[in-house]
Design a protein around this ligand. Sequence first.
Ligand SMILES: Nc1ncnc2c1ncn2[C@@H]1O[C@H](COP(=O)(O)OP(=O)(O)OP(=O)(O)O)[C@@H](O)[C@H]1O
Length: 554
Amino acid sequence: MLNPSMMRGAMGLLVDWRSASSIFATLMLINTLTSYIPLEVRMFARKLFSHIFTYLKPWFSIPYRHPYRSVTETRYFPKISRYFLSKYRIPPYRPPFRYPVLPEFSDSDTFGGANELYDSAQLYLGTHCLSHCITVRLFKSCTADSPLASLPDSHTVNDTFQGVPIKWTSHKQERSDSGSGHFRNRRGSDGSDRRCLNVEFHQKHRNLVFNTYIPHILTEAARLRSHTKERRLYTNRYCSSGDDFHRSSWSSRTFSHPSNFDTIALDPSLREEIRADLLRFVSRKDHYLRAGRAWKRGYLLHGPPGTGKTSLVAAIANLLEFDVYDLELTAVHTNSQLRRLLVSTTPKSVIVIEDIDCSLDLSDRKKKQMEENQEEGMKDHPQKMSTYREALNLSGVLNFVDGLWSSCVGERLMIFTTNHPERLDPALLRPGRMDKKIELGYCGAPAFRMLVKNYLCLREEEVDRKDTIAEIERLLEEVKVTPAEIAEVFMGCDGDSDDAALGKLVLELHQRKMSSPPKKHVALAVSTEKCSLEETIRDGSTIKQLVVIPAGCS
Ligand SMILES: Nc1ncnc2c1ncn2[C@@H]1O[C@H](COP(=O)(O)OP(=O)(O)OP(=O)(O)O)[C@@H](O)[C@H]1O
């Protein structure tokens, strides 16, 4: 038997069904009738309704929830309600959640650098991914002890910080050729993907997130980085073709050069001087700020080939634990490309330009006159003229070293190497651009002892006891040999005894001494009754010996 309440329910259902069918029947009727209305009238009516709707929309549309603005600030919130809210001081409604976005690269073309916060967050989240995510992205460089995990694209991980739930989501967007902004500005030459991380948390925790959680992420990431000791070597060498963007981007791989301050053969006092200078530089941020100077330092390493300039650069990067940017100037075509390369470097890095004298003609400031003449000839061709003016030149390089842009990128070292410092423009060498000029010369006795210790694994007292060492040290005063050449001899004797290696080096040095160009005898117009003075010049170098010859014997 049906009781009254069941009857009422059944009736309600019946009524509902009846009203649904009547709506359906009405719609069918309207549809049939409209087919009898002429097309022109139908189009007119449609236009009329569309105009009325557009006019009324701002007044009646549903509030649009914008992640960054309160609802009362949004364009679509009804004006009437906004008026009343402001008049009666009703606190504006704010959406409960916040969604900061961390892009991988800067949004701007000019500041197209990597976002340190994004990298740090990925490192930090990696530790959570391992325990919370089904899928993780794993990466291990050859220098790292263990792999690093990170959040894969289109995945979410939940974190809890001081009891506050925080949700992270990673996004990736495919590259399209018409892209712009940080979409085009990215590390690497391929420029294929645009990534970002979205953070979601309740509005009431924003102070905790911005003031405590984000600094916590940066600290944690720094700790993880120092643990893995992973550093990168960047180059623009393989990005010299293609469009302007590709010419001003870096490609990178893990940096793992074994050179350090204990393996490099240098005069001990010079080595200590360089080491102290570097350590002082990295510890003196406040001093640079106080003095109103950008926190950077310029080194010029000069000397003959094979004296260890490149090895010293690697040793410096290893000492400071900096990334290395190997800038190939010949692959840069314009000053703006150079500027873009500069701003897309990261802090704590060494920017190296090797053999700067070969990369660009930086020697002749008189060339300016020549350039002016050339510009004069291009007056009638504005396009040619603008390309010519934009082309990489000395002024672009000087700006790169200490222009306004160079101060935008934080703690860094700029190292230039050359075999011919005399060919460089004095403007490039002035203090502030080149703070320290280091000459790496031929191998002397102290540097040789270091090579012996490193290559032949001899201890200090063993080195002192060997007669061959003393003989070699004597020969090194007469023969110019680079550390690279000595290292080559020792490498060739790998597996032989140390005496055999030293013997081979003695032989090599004697041969060099014999085969060195004959001494030039220049009789000077100095003669006394008893003797004449003779200057001995070898290899076209400066005075080596003054030989006193009794008068009449010349
Ligand atoms: N001072 C040094 N101490 C230890 N090894 C050295 C030193 N100088 C050169 N070598 C060895 O010689 C090789 C060449 O050295 P490096 O490339 O650093 O010289 P360089 O001055 O940069 O030469 P170039 O001017 O031709 O670039 C390296 O493999 C390095 O092992």
